[in-house]
Design a protein around this ligand. Structure first.
Ligand code: FAD
Length: 422
């Protein structure tokens, strides 16, 4: 049967491409180098426990992702842990603020993030509309309240310190956050595996397949077309009606398609997971004044995120856990959350050294690769769109790649026959 779609890479963009392609009539097969799906968004097992490699947050602005979750029956698995506003704890002053994320709500003094003056809102509106070619810190200027808020956002959204982060990229997110209903913060209720990756993989495996431990080593090509995919364990010859979605991280994509423009600098994210025996509800909080930036508490697990942790990623795990645990305990106590049996001794530290591209001005201005560098091959991946590198960008890229390749020949023939019959 003609019309096989080979998806190389089983991260979110690859799985999304396979789900969307199956709906467009393709027979997808996913080839993944690792023994499990998910890529940078995966489950890590340790001592009988499953951890997320890192806490992943969605906003209700992430419409492509939410549509995909709904399509695979997983939308209900993403919950809004703080519907009354995000608690933000300052460890130095012990101050607790509830911050709403809609910029429009900041017109009301009560909902405004701490330190943000009314005049800052005007400046924020200007940055949102006309960010210019500069860093977030340069755009924020000398206003301390605005600088602090935008620094938090640059680190959270772009995984890049505001001194380097691109104001133009952050403005794309700010513009989305200004749309009605866009700022509900959502987390996976149980974990990335059961709430995101497995539902996608299950959807792919209904009628298609995922082949693990298959690393793509080379693409044979001629006349602007891919002819064969050479994997570590064999070669796939491509028929005239077959197509390929290459959903690889930048370095892997460039190694099989030399000359592809890819990001070359990356930023790390460090996550610390503290098992505990509490069974309370899912909670989420921002933390300032310490190393920790976000705390996610689920039944049995408290997880801390340190984004853009360029100076943190090389510290030994035990030292990090010893420093972070008191911050977790103080934050939990301030929010009235109990973490019985928790402590630094049982912490599990996950360091993702290349979590995202380093999203500075240079990267924001760099040319993105064309979607289909070969006639029968399209690219996907969070780094291939002009959006910040997130799950949403990964899903958007998958949709663009599948659309670019069109429908399988058999489908087109069917549509032509239906047209003729009509
Ligand atoms: C700790 C952490 C926290 C994050 N937090 C957030 C967040 O809160 N919100 C958010 O939206 N995003 C977040 N992100 C970013 C998000 O995880 C990524 O944007 C997304 O997972 C990228 O998916 P992808 O499919 O484009 O790439 P990848 O996940 O990198 O997938 C590529 C896949 O290709 C496979 N592969 C590599 N080489 C080969 C080869 N030669 N042959 C075959 N397969 C190969 C890899 O194993 C991988 O499975 C976070 C990332 C990290 C690491």
């Amino acid at each position: 049967m003609s019309g096989r779609l080979h998806v190389v890479g089983g991260g979110i963009s690859g799985l999304a491409a396979a789900v969307l392609a199956a709906r467009a009539g393709w027979r997808p097969v996913v080839h993944e180098a690792a023994p499990q799906p998910g890529g940078r968004c995966r489950t890590v097992r340790r001592g009988g426990l499953c951890h997320d490699n890192g806490t992943h947050v969605l906003l209700s602005a992430n419409q492509a992702t939410l549509r995909l979750l709904a399509a695979v029956g997983a939308a209900e698995r993403w919950v809004e842990p703080e519907p009354d506003g995000l608690p933000v704890i300052d460890l130095e002053s012990s101050r607790l603020d509830r911050v709403t994320l809609s910029p429009w709500s900041w017109l009301r003094p009560k909902s405004r993030p701490a330190g943000l003056a009314p005049r800052d809102l005007l400046r924020l509106a200007r940055i949102t509309a006309l960010p210019g070619r500069r860093s977030v810190a340069a755009a924020a200027g000398d206003e301390p309240g605005l600088a602090r808020l935008l620094d938090l956002m640059a680190v959270a959204v772009l995984n890049t310190p505001s001194a380097a982060a691109s104001a133009a990229l952050l403005a794309k997110v700010l513009r989305r956050m200004a749309l009605p209903g866009s700022t509900r913060l959502l987390v996976a209720r149980t974990g990335l595996g059961p709430d995101l990756v497995q539902p996608l993989a299950d959807a792919v495996m209904q009628g298609a397949e995922i082949r693990f431990c298959r690393r793509l080593r080379a693409i044979e090509q001629a006349d602007g077309q891919a002819l064969a995919l050479h994997f570590t364990d064999g070669t796939v010859q491509l028929g005239p009606d077959d197509r390929v979605v290459l959903a690889l991280p930048p370095a892997a994509a460039a190694s099989v398609l030399p000359g592809l423009p890819v990001p070359e600098r990356f930023a790390p994210i460090v996550n610390l997971h503290f098992p505990h025996s509490g069974q309370g509800p899912v909670r989420f909080a921002g933390i300032t004044g310490g190393l920790s930036q976000w705390l996610l508490v689920r039944p049995g697990m408290a997880s801390v995120t340190i984004s853009a942790g360029l100076d943190v990623v090389d510290l030994p795990g035990e030292a990090l856990a010893a420093q972070v645990w008191p911050e977790v305990a103080a934050t939990a106590a301030r929010l009235g959350i109990e973490l019985p049996d928790g402590g630094p001794e049982t912490a599990f530290v996950v360091k993702e050294r290349s979590a995202t591209p380093f999203q500075d001005e240079q990267w924001a201005r760099a040319p993105r690769p064309i979607r289909a560098p070969l006639r029968n091959l399209a690219l996907a991946g969070d780094w291939t769109t002009g959006l910040p590198a997130t799950i949403e960008a990964a899903v958007v890229s998958a949709g663009q790649a599948v659309r670019r390749l069109g429908r399988p020949t058999i489908e087109r023939a069917g549509a032509r026959m239906a047209d003729a019959a009509a």
